[in-house]
Design a protein around this ligand. Structure first.
Ligand code: UDP
Ligand code: MG
Length: 318
């Protein structure tokens, strides 16, 4: 029997976009249902992230539509940001769905990639990542910063799928596992790979936003980028420790140099000891901060209370 699919779509001030999105999705969902690829209980769930415009009114109207009952929605009590809205949608939809696909409201993610995702699902995947095949629609600036950013995340030891935003299919099972991650600082695209399970990717062309404007101004984007690093990696702390060790080593090299210079009689009185102690103390202090940071990093990871493991297959239950 075909599985029930829920599309989860966070919306913040999307009144211009919603009618267009709804129309396109209704067509798509009808096609998928008629082809028997998804069950007739499948729905599109909009998450109103505390919009200040008519977004919620539109969602309610879509829900009450005569010709179709595929639209549903939830409304958050206030604006909590894209990631929180998305999580709210996933956690609600998992009560009704077998599979959930998350996507943006602006149709930038090609909805025809859903077919590919469902195919991978049929092959037994629990998670299918939508990956953009090109960044032609981006400015050169966004392209290069995005590339650099992914490289940096990788360097920080964060496992992340390159050029994947939050357009992905997750089975109920995978979303249930994600629910075990208790952290409040969300960077979902970095957390989902931690769930594991059989997963794959589907590539798609990313389009331009059709109507309305980006809800991610540079400021929010930067904050999100920092979030990605600080909520997934404690490596920055380790850099401080390394820097401390490095500076302390310099002080030792300097000490040797000054001792030789002094022996040769090439120094001003008191200078050598002053300069060496500046480097030595500086290095030691930084090292100490790094060590303290190392424990704070541990506390940080403990407070996240992430699951220590997720069982994929238990032969006792098969
Ligand atoms: N969004 C949200 N809450 C916010 C900001 C954005 O739910 O506080 C939604 C928005 O409605 C859209 C998605 O997140 O569906 C992605 O936002 P947008 O398309 O503006 O980002 P961009 O594609 O420009 O990075
Ligand atoms: Mg967008």
């Amino acid at each position: 029997m075909a599985e029930t699919l829920y599309l989860v779509i966070p919306c913040y001030n999307e009144e211009e976009m919603l009618p267009i999105t709804a129309k396109a999705l209704m067509k798509k969902m009808d096609e998928l249902m008629d082809a028997g690829k998804i069950s007739h209980r499948s729905k599109v769930m909009f998450v109103d992230d505390g919009s200040k415009d008519k977004t919620w009114e539109i969602i309610e109207k879509l829900h009450g539509l005569q010709q179709s009952d595929i639209f549903t929605g939830i409304k958050l009590s206030r604006n909590k940001g894209h990631q929180n809205a998305l999580l709210a949608g996933l956690m609600t939809a998992r009560n009704y769905a077998d599979i959930i696909i998350s996507m943006d409201a602006d149709l930038q993610d090609d909805i025809n990639a859903i077919d590919g995702m469902l195919e991978k699902r049929a092959e037994g995947c629990e998670i299918v990542y939508g990956v953009r095949s090109s960044r032609d629609t981006d400015t050169a600036f966004k392209r290069s910063t995005a590339r650099g950013y992914y490289k940096m995340l990788e360097f920080m030891g964060v496992e992340i799928t390159y050029d994947h935003a939050d357009y992905r299919l997750m089975s109920k099972r995978a979303v249930d596992a994600l629910a075990e991650f208790k952290e409040v600082n969300l960077f979902l695209r970095g957390m989902v790979p931690m769930v594991g399970y059989k997963s794959d990717i589907v590539t798609y062309e990313r389009n331009e936003r059709v109507a309305g404007e980006s809800k991610y101004p540079l400021k929010k984007m930067l904050a999100f980028a920092v979030e990605g690093i600080t909520s997934l990696s404690v490596k920055p702390i380790r850099f401080i420790t390394a820097l401390g060790v490095f500076i302390f080593l310099i002080s030792i090299v300097m000490l040797i140099y000054f001792l030789i210079a002094k022996a040769v009689g090439d120094t001003v009185r008191g200078w050598a000891s002053t300069v060496v102690s500046v480097w030595a103390i500086g290095g030691l202090q930084m090292l100490a901060i790094g060590v303290i940071g190392e424990y704070i990093g541990k506390i940080y990871l403990e407070t996240k209370a992430r699951p220590k493991f997720i069982v994929d297959i238990n032969l006792e239950e098969r």
